[in-house]
Design a protein around this ligand. Structure first.
Ligand SMILES: NC(=O)c1ccc[n+]([C@@H]2O[C@H](COP(=O)([O-])OP(=O)(O)OC[C@H]3O[C@@H](n4cnc5c(N)ncnc54)[C@H](O)[C@@H]3O)[C@@H](O)[C@H]2O)c1
Length: 336
């Protein structure tokens, strides 16, 4: 089987690639080839595997070549992040919307030339939810909550969810969309996402650095580890059409947790000196954006597929620490 991961050089995409290579199969079929399409090169450890092929460049410029290619499975993760899309409208429209349409049309051309519809999993986001003056916004969103996005990123994700559903209805692809919750703790440097601080207040203190908290302690948000999100994307791929139920997007499980609970967990796992490295410095811009986000998720459709949220935020921190011990021990320099 040949699998394409767009965004395969990114955080979730590279982790998904690693997991698929370790499994060796998807939906019971051996993986012969894993194509990672991204504007940046994937990590060297992935390239060392002979099954991996990297295609570096903008997705929009890669889609024409895909028209004649036999690809059995697609995980479509390539995306500009929320902050980038808000700052640069053209970039978001091109990277998120135009690229997705070009990818889906390449797969449609393949189906119309006689191939079976390609199974596609699209990584959407809970950023599709937001408060619209016309609709009361439930603090906890479910699979049946009306998405009324309040950002360009959330709007692009929602449009793509509908494109996936419609190309599926027409029989061009066999598509599914899964909304990821905020992945925490994200390693490396802060990124352009307004949610970046949810990781920063844990990652930076563990590395011996100051972590800045721009919002109040009682802010609550759904989060999950990268491992849970990867497990979710694979389960969504492997689900039968009947088990997935319908064509609309599902939300992957998340742990609904307050910032106070996050910091208490940090102290329980790493000690008071590590927690003391978090400094509150309110940022009205970020606080304003976060105030428009869901405070939690309920995810009956994902749970029916056997998926669960992380059990506790302490578990989330312990998993991050275990990942760092394996990949980058220097990231734990602050852990006595
Ligand atoms: N990480 C999260 O908390 C989170 C939450 C909700 C949804 N998501 C979604 O999950 C997916 C993966 O997220 P991530 O955290 O790995 O993000 P990431 O930024 O680490 O990875 C995305 C990758 O897409 C690539 N990319 C962007 N535009 C491209 C283009 N035009 N052509 C080719 N490559 C392009 C980037 O180079 C990057 O490597 C994204 O679709 C994101 O919207 C992530």
């Amino acid at each position: 089987m040949k699998i394409l991961i767009t965004g395969g050089g990114g955080f979730v995409g590279a982790r998904l690639a690693r997991q698929l290579l370790a499994r060796g199969q998807l939906a019971g079929r051996p993986i012969q080839r894993l194509v990672l399409a991204d504007q940046v090169a994937p990590p060297a450890a992935l390239l060392a595997d002979p099954r991996v092929e990297a295609r570096v460049g903008k997705l929009l410029t890669q889609c024409d070549a895909l028209r004649g290619e036999d690809v059995d499975a697609v995980f479509h993760l390539a995306s500009a992040v929320s902050g980038e899309c808000e700052a640069d409208f053209e970039l978001g429209m091109s990277s998120n919307l135009d690229s997705t349409r070009a990818l889906l049309d390449a797969l449609r051309a393949r189906q119309q030339a006689g191939a079976a519809p390609t199974r596609v999993v699209f990584s959407s986001s809970i950023a599709v939810f937001g408060p619209d003056p016309a609709y009361p916004f439930p603090p906890i969103v479910g699979d049946d909550t009306l998405p009324t996005p309040q950002t360009s990123y959330g709007t692009q994700k929602l449009i793509c969810e509908h494109l996936i559903a419609d190309y599926t209805r027409k029989g061009f692809i066999d598509g599914r969309a899964a909304r990821l919750v905020t992945v925490t703790v994200r390693p490396g440097r802060p990124n352009g996402a307004a949610s970046s601080f949810f990781s920063g207040i844990i990652r930076e203190p563990l590395a011996g650095q100051e972590g800045i908290l721009p919002v109040d302690l009682d802010v609550q948000h759904p989060v999950g580890t990268v491992q849970r999100m990867v497990d979710g994307l694979i389960a969504v791929f492997e689900a039968s059409r009947e088990a997935f139920v319908g064509r609309s997007a599902i939300t992957l499980p998340g742990l609904n947790v307050t910032v106070r609970e996050m910091l208490d967990a940090l102290e329980a796992v790493a000690g008071p000196a590590v927690r003391a490295r978090v400094r509150a410095q309110r940022d009205e811009r970020i606080a304003g954006i976060v105030a428009n986000w869901p405070r939690g998720v309920v995810t009956p459709r994902a749970q029916a597929l056997g998926l669960k949220a992380d059990a506790s935020f302490e578990d989330i921190i312990r998993e991050y620490i275990a990942d760092c011990r394996a990949d980058n021990p220097a990231a734990l320099a602050g852990l006595g």
